[in-house]
Design a protein around this ligand. Structure first.
Ligand code: NDP
Length: 429
């Protein structure tokens, strides 16, 4: 039974939720042990992952529910510390599934490796020399990673760019070779770096220049994923607001973000509220995804909204999100971190392309969740109610007291640590 609609999941205990997942998915004995032990990452494993380890730093792992993407059900593991993110994603996913679900697509997984060449005596001749040897350079790069080629990937193309050609440029001229590599199901940073490093001696010979940097570009604009949803206004109706009012408010909110970087940054932060948690939970490099996403939002030359929201001829709200998505289902920490393995079992994606499409769907849902709240009640009403438990804990509440204090804070309409401290003191008197 692989459904992502689990009514009542919110009201279950953590233990009940885990038991339910055990019935729905097949986990290895090792995964089960980790899942129930509460020890997400053993210190010995952590000590092999990074340097100078002194402990681990767990985050809550929740499930975004109700996601229907290209007709397939997804329960989305989300590792995040911010209240209301998981609830909001699940709420919007439910609305979108009633409208038929998300439709998504992704380009081939072509990543970019860069080689910087400085000091060639004749920069145009050097560029030509590289292009003349294109086929053999691609062959050499592939020889450095034959296992990737055997999987159907590898270096596929090459381009040469000249930077700072203008005579008034404050920086020196240089050649940059771009190697386009299909990294299959890996994010590919190490694969790419190995390939471009292997080419450096040949590139220096061909250009009579000096190679400095040899590294992937995190601006993965040839590794894109897109998500789309179309929502009839009736589904957008909210207490005190017609569906049309909400729809128009969302479109105006998008226009604000598209016109103003001050708003766009916050708008896009809300999108990354959905994207980062799944990228983290699946053991992927969220800094790489963040860097690429924000650069893509500025591809017109001005930082703007990552999403677009419009109205179609039938009056439906149409949302779209396209982003570079350099994630993998293998490599890096993915098969090392026990919770990442569990997250992959729950998510049940077959490829990195599929994972990328789920991620942009969650980003799109998160954006609509925030915009819908902003154009109706404002964000604080729902957010602060969910935040009240964190406030209660910060004020010293524990055990059953947490929910009692949280409720009192909501009733008093004062969700502040100062107020919570007062309530905790009264409670313990
Ligand atoms: P890995 O170095 O772990 O390489 C992935 C490995 O997975 C491949 O070498 C391949 O090994 C194996 N593999 C198994 N199945 C497949 C498949 N279907 N498709 C592709 N590979 C497969 O990881 P990445 O190269 O992806 O690098 C990601 C890591 O690099 C992340 O941890 C990231 O943080 C880090 N990093 C990021 C940088 C950046 O973003 N700027 C810079 C440097 C590092 P084999 O072929 O031998 O079986």
């Amino acid at each position: 039974m692989n459904t992502s609609r689990i009514p009542g999941f919110y009201n279950m205990t953590v233990e009940e939720r885990r038991e339910l997942l055990m019935d729905m998915h097949t986990f290895t004995e090792e995964e089960k042990a980790h899942f129930f032990s509460g020890e997400a990452l053993p210190a010995e494993t952590a000590d092999k992952m990074i340097e100078n380890v002194i402990g681990t730093f767990p985050l809550p792992l929740g499930l975004g529910l109700n996601f229907l993407i290209n007709g397939k059900e997804y329960k989305v593991p989300m590792a995040v510390e911010e209240p209301s993110v998981v609830a909001s994603a699940s709420y919007i996913a439910k609305m979108v599934r009633e409208a038929g679900g998300f439709t998504t697509e992704a380009t081939e997984r072509v990543m970019i490796g860069q080689i910087q060449i400085v000091g060639s005596p004749d920069i145009q001749a050097a560029k030509e020399a590289l292009l003349n040897e294109k086929e053999s350079l691609i062959e050499d790069a592939n020889a450095a990673y034959p296992s990737l080629v055997a999987r159907g990937g590898g270096a596929e193309d090459l381009e040469v760019r000249i930077l700072n050609e203008a005579s008034d440029s404050p920086y020196g001229q240089m050649i940059v070779l771009h190697l386009y590599i299909n990294t299959c199901d890996a994010m590919g940073a190490n694969i790419i770096n190995t390939m471009v490093e292997s080419l450096a001696p040949t590139v220096e010979k061909l250009t009579s220049g000096k190679v400095y940097l040899r590294i992937l570009s995190n601006y993965a604009d040839k590794c894109l994923a897109r998500a789309r949803c179309v929502i009839p206004p009736a589904l957008l109706e909210s207490e005190g607001f017609t569906g049309e009012e909400v729809r128009d408010g969302v479109v105006h909110a998008f226009e604000f973000a598209a016109s103003d970087p001050y708003r766009a940054v916050t708008h896009n932060k809300g999108i990354m509220n959905g994207i980062d948690p799944i990228v983290i939970a699946t053991g992927n490099d969220w800094r790489a995804v963040e860097a690429g996403a924000h650069a893509y939002a500025a591809r017109s030359g001005r930082y703007s909204s990552m999403t677009t929201w419009s109205t179609d001829e039938a009056g439906n709200l149409v949302g779209e999100l396209e982003l570079p998505m350099s994630v993998g289902t293998v490599g890096g920490a993915i098969r090392v971190h026990p919770m990442a393995k569990i997250a992959h079992s729950i998510l049940d994606v077959e490829s990195a392309r599929e994972l990328a499409q789920v991620i942009v769907s969650v980003g799109l849902a998160q954006n609509l969740g925030a915009l819908k709240a902003l154009v109706t009640d404002g964000i604080q009403k729902g957010h602060m109610a969910l935040h009240s438990r964190s406030v209660a804990i910060a004020a010293g509440a524990n055990g059953e007291m947490i929910d009692i204090i949280a409720e009192q804070l909501i009733k008093a309409k004062e969700i502040r640590v100062g107020k919570a401290k007062e309530l905790v003191e009264n409670h313990t008197k």
